[in-house]
Design a protein around this ligand. Sequence first.
Ligand SMILES: *Cc1c(COP(=O)(O)O)cnc(C)c1O
Length: 417
Amino acid sequence: MELVNESYALSNGVDPLELCQKYDCPLYVYDTAIMKRQYEKLTNAFKVKHLKINYACKALTNINVLRYFKQLGAGLDTVSVQEVQVGLKAGFAPEDIIYTPNCVSLEEIEQALSFGVKINIDNLSILEQFGHAHPDVPICIRVNPHIMAGGSSKISVGHIDSKFGISVHQLPHVVRLVEALGLNVEGLHMHTGSDIYDAGVFLQGAEILFNAAEHFKNLEYIDFGSGFKVPYKQNDIQTDIEDLGEKLSKRFNDFCESYGRDITLMFEPGKFLVSEAGYFLVNVNVVKQTTSMVIAGVDSGLNHLIRPMFYNSYHQIINVSNPVAKPRIYTVVGYICETDTFGANRQISEIREGDVLAFYNAGAYCFSMASNYNSRYRPAEVLVHEGKDYLIRERETIQDILRGQVEVNIFDTAVVK
Ligand SMILES: *Cc1c(COP(=O)(O)O)cnc(C)c1O
């Protein structure tokens, strides 16, 4: 059985219920065919001499997913030195990894430098300190273009008061430091937020970077970040990649001509590459009537998928056990001792206790934001590739919950008072 319509079907008709039987629920399932479709959508849309797509691995950090993107030809975008280490373990060459941290210590940046990855500098203080210590290391500068865009204020990171990047208004200060310290700026970068569907926002940001580029003669690349919007339901609005590709490619090629060199156009998408590739499968524990609604309580919660509670994000929910029954209205909730509502007032094919529900768009920022809250195990992960399924993360056990806890044995727990 396939998950509703074609665009959401697991590749080669892999049956989600069979996966649940084999691996148990709750279960994250990722389909490489959709990752590939998305990757190729990008690489086909941009007609420039040098294009590099760096997968923003914080979206989904399983090492097998990283390896798959490496096989497709992607580089890697990392935001912590630990992600750098995971990327190296996955087999990425250091020069194919860009490290874009925010508000981290100079020590951590130097640790990333010791791994040989590309360093993206996000504030003036670090620019000055890093530049003093390592004047010969080529760097990338993260520019904040002050564009207000994105799905919500929590995921818009390019606005005037954002903590990310160096304000474009501080460019004269950057130039002064670069000249005084004799630094080599090899890249310019922006990342204005997530869920941006308007190509105009990217183009507006691009013009700001093209202007900034005039101050730096040794650029090898310009990185336009990410934030592409993906559909969360049928006929949902999404970034028109073809339209953006056509417009930005033309503008970029013109820029290269005036700059005098063909430099690399970079993007670093996370959500766009993996959001739709993931499904989250859960079991229904209880169907319960309150005075005003019917609740379906599942064996998961905000510990496994926090986006609906954290960002108000929408994940389509379907009943894969009973797909063609009469639809009824449900509120789907988790089992955590908090209010963890996945979706309110959803029209879902009649739910019985024991049914398996599937959440869509569960590839990006779902498992990677999962926790052990309530001492619950994080889910297992399965990769579906060319019609075969592979376990890529084991279900946790009580040992995982206790690991790292140090028992000091100073309390007499045998005493009963
Ligand atoms: C998170 C992040 C991305 C990816 O954003 P998406 O919305 O998932 O595409 C890209 N670049 C940087 C610097 C990020 O922090």
